[in-house]
Design a protein around this ligand. Structure first.
Ligand code: TNX
Length: 534
């Protein structure tokens, strides 16, 4: 058996020397091999060296006999994780509270200490148990289990031989409820299949909000019944003049369900009153002169606003928000509100307040970028911090914020001046910059109690296809996942980097096009182990 198990790593220095002979620069300081490589770091984890639960012919995934259909589905997902790629199948069985030896047991327990997303995972040589109060908690526990397994579980072609899980005890729950990614499919369109891949990878890192920027100057990406021009015209192009595209409502619903199955809530955004050129190119009556504007495929942001005095403006907004609400089970609609020029403050505030009423009438809560905070907002409305904006005004009235401060959280910034895609207006955002900050002390007037969580926006002026989106997101999104989940007190970049290095081959097995950030000693793992599947 032993020969089939993962070999212990070569000393880092040996690997670094081998790389140097290949002309590859290796970091000067060797990283210690971490005790585990779980990201985001759990609240508490202890791993016993040298003792394992071994996945073999005895192994089965079990759940309580009376468990609901979601628990049963999660058990099947766990078994698929162990068996995919042609290894012997792993049985899924219902059994009592004391599962037989060899069980990976999923159990719901209505205990307050777990919270809405927490879990406990214990790995003993004879059984593994994941316990949580909610399905989401079980799912997050499964992701920790996944990361305790060798990366070959991610590899579609790998045989599941001698998989072993170190004996461990994990107690875990997130610091923040909101751990998000925003994809801008307006500037460059992505088909739903590409977005689903992002959903898959978000799940691995316990992210739970997918904000979709569905309309901007350069494109309108979601079918609206009764307003076909929005997509036939507004969806017909993108930055650079390519063909663009849009999602049908059926495709959107399918994506929402796919995300929900991974405990990720979709938050749709239609940006307004600015960033609306694609809509104004589609429907003339959104403009005060009644004429359609030309489509726009550049990257300026000052193209004007919808007409405040046109009834059509509010009729279209009503149709759009009602239809989005109907196909979005999550409680939020994002209405943008950023970078508006050409309105007085009173006009802007009046517009935002009217839109807020429309969102409420559609049964949802409103989210907008920080500029909205000076309008009269309901305390259920959420202000998303992106620059030194007015979000603190909303905090003073008792409102909550999402932290997406560009200098730390923007995934569309370049990593450094030499990376090709990305912008630089908020400065380069290196991996340490995206990791090494505390949401609770970043902005004056915004304490921890006002922060729902963190979200990384991936604007798409410069990224044209999924591989480029991925390059901007990974590994910074993984850093943000840890910022949003793990206790601040235990977070150190060096420790994160050592664990992240172990994710190189995992990301490679998943086919993720990630940036080999120079602050991480990727080489020992990804260079050596990628050649042979453990
Ligand atoms: C500012 S962030 C914008 C976006 C751009 C982004 C580029 C925000 C609310 N507005 O329209 O895509 O900068 O980084």
């Amino acid at each position: 058996m032993g020969a089939m198990l993962p070999r212990s790593p070569l000393p880092r220095r040996v690997a670094a020397t081998a790389l140097a002979t290949l002309g590859v620069a290796a970091p000067a300081v060797a990283q210690p091999t971490p005790a585990h490589a779980v990201i985001p770091a759990p609240v508490s984890i202890s791993v016993e060296a040298g003792r394992f639960f071994v996945v073999d012919a005895n192994t089965h995934v079990s759940h309580a006999a009376g468990a609901d259909t979601v628990v049963a589905r999660l058990a099947r997902t766990t078994s698929a994780m162990l068996a995919q790629g042609g290894g012997p199948g792993v049985r899924t069985v219902a059994e009592g509270a004391s599962p037989a030896p060899g069980a990976i047991h999923l159990a719901l327990a209505a205990e307050r200490r777990f919270g809405a997303e927490g879990y406990e995972l214990t790995v003993q040589p004879t059984r593994v148990t994941i316990t949580a109060a909610t399905h989401a908690g079980l799912f997050f526990g499964m992701q920790t289990l996944r990361q305790l397994l060798p990366w070959s579980v991610e590899h579609p072609g790998a045989l599941r031989r001698g998989l072993r899980i170190p004996v461990a005890t994990v107690r875990d729950a997130p610091r923040f409820a909101w751990r998000g990614l925003m994809l801008d499919v307006a500037r460059h369109f992505l088909p739903v299949s590409d977005v689903k891949r992002f959903v898959d990878h978000m799940a691995l890192y316990k992210l739970n909000r997918l904000h979709l920027h569905l309309a901007d100057d350069q494109g309108w990406r979601i079918e609206i019944a009764g307003r076909p021009e929005l997509t036939t015209i507004g969806g017909s192009t993108q930055v650079g003049g390519g063909p663009g595209g849009h999602w049908t409502q059926a495709e959107y619903r399918d994506l929402v369900a796919y995300a929900a199955a991974r405990f990720i809530t979709v938050v749709p955004e239609i940006d307004m009153p600015g960033h609306t050129n694609a809509a104004r190119a589609s429907i003339g009556a959104l403009n005060c002169d009644g004429k359609r504007v030309p489509l726009y495929t550049g990257t300026r942001v000052d193209l004007g606003n919808v007409c405040l005095t046109s009834d059509t403006t509010y009729a279209v907004i009503g149709d759009v928000l009602r239809q989005l609400a109907a196909m979005t089970p999550g409680p939020w609609l994002h209405v943008g509100g950023d970078e508006v020029k050409g309105f007085t403050r009173a006009q802007y505030h009046g517009f935002i307040e009217r839109v807020q009423d429309t969102v409420h009438a559609a049964g949802k809560r409103m989210i907008g970028w920080g500029e909205i905070a000076t309008a009269k907002l309901d305390t259920t409305t959420i202000s998303q911090v992106w620059i030194k904006d007015s979000s603190a005004v909303h905090v003073r009235r008792g409102g909550k914020v999402i932290m997406s401060f560009a200098e730390r959280a923007y995934l569309d910034m370049k990593y450094d001046s030499s990376t090709v895609t990305g912008l630089l207006w908020a400065g380069a955002v290196s991996l340490p910059r995206s990791y090494d900050w505390d949401p609770a002390t970043l902005r004056p007037g915004i304490p921890e109690s006002a922060i729902l969580g963190v979200e990384g926006p991936l604007w798409a002026e410069t990224v044209t296809r999924a591989a480029e989106f991925e390059f901007q997101a990974f590994p910074r999104l993984i850093a943000l996942a840890e910022v949003g989940w793990s206790p601040q007190a235990g977070r150190r970049f060096a420790d994160f980097a050592a664990r992240l290095a172990e994710h190189g081959p995992r990301l490679q097995a998943l086919g993720v096009n990630f940036y080999r950030a120079p602050e991480v000693d990727w080489a020992p793992s990804s260079g050596r182990r990628a050649r042979a599947v453990p």
